[in-house]
Design a protein around this ligand. Structure first.
Ligand code: GRF
Length: 216
């Protein structure tokens, strides 16, 4: 399955996807990386992987609709059958999302539906919650919403900063997203309403507690 990746910046999740796909026999093949920002660091990484890149700046279009029409055209022309959003900082309109329904994945650095939007780690720290994490989900027109494929949960530790918590979450993002892409490319993700069914053997974890009483 060929996929397009949409980025706006650093591109570390995109890099995790491209590296996973470079493994022999991987069922997904990168068709194109598109950035809405010409100076996105991820573009260089994509080129180093030999993946075609394109800059489509939202600022070059009179409306969101025109911008998304250009995105759609570039994605179709690349031969991509699905889209991975990887730090793409533009909201997509219902028109676009509906055209690609159940064929757009996104990664978000929180345990959705908690902490949609920006500055998730800052807000998590302010609220004093004990766990955070990340979510891979199918995209719906509402921001950071849609059927959830995977979540990983990390403890928030005493003394954490946005950077330390962000790094702990990001390490899991880089594991979850390639796994979700692989299952998607293998046709093993089935969306029914709000729920994603995964047609693959997966282990279940036991519950977690944080912080935990010290063991004697
Ligand atoms: C990640 O935290 C991702 O969850 C969010 O935006 C950030 C992008 O980082 N959607 P990168 O560009 O993949 O390094």
């Amino acid at each position: 399955m060929r996929f397009a990746t949409l980025i706006s910046g650093r591109g570390s999740n995109m890099q995790a996807l491209l590296e996973a796909c470079a493994e022999p026999g991987h069922p997904a093949k990168p068709a194109i990386v598109i950035s809405n920002k010409a100076d996105a660091a991820g573009l260089e990484i994509a080129r180093a992987h030999g993946v075609p890149t394109k800059v489509i700046s939202h600022k070059d279009f009179p409306s969101r609709h025109d911008f998304e029409a250009a995105l759609h055209q570039a994605i179709v022309e690349s031969g991509a059958e699905m889209i991975c959003l990887a730090g793409f900082m533009r909201l997509l309109e219902a028109d676009f999302v509906d055209r690609w329904r159940d064929r757009i994945l996104n990664i978000h650095p929180s345990l959705l539906p908690a902490y949609r939007g920006l500055h998730t780690h800052q807000r998590v720290l302010e609220d004093g919650v004990r766990f955070s994490g990340c979510t891979v989900h199918f995209v719906r027109p509402e921001m950071d919403a849609g059927p959830i494929v995977f979540q990983a949960c990390v403890p928030v530790r005493e003394g954490d900063t946005e950077d330390s918590l962000g790094a702990r979450v990001l390490a899991w993002e880089h594991k979850l997203y390639p796994l979700a892409l692989r299952l998607m490319a293998e046709g093993k993700l089935r969306v029914e309403g709000k729920v994603v069914h995964i047609d693959a053997p997966l282990a279940l974890q036991d519950g977690l507690m944080n912080p935990c009483p010290e063991r004697n």
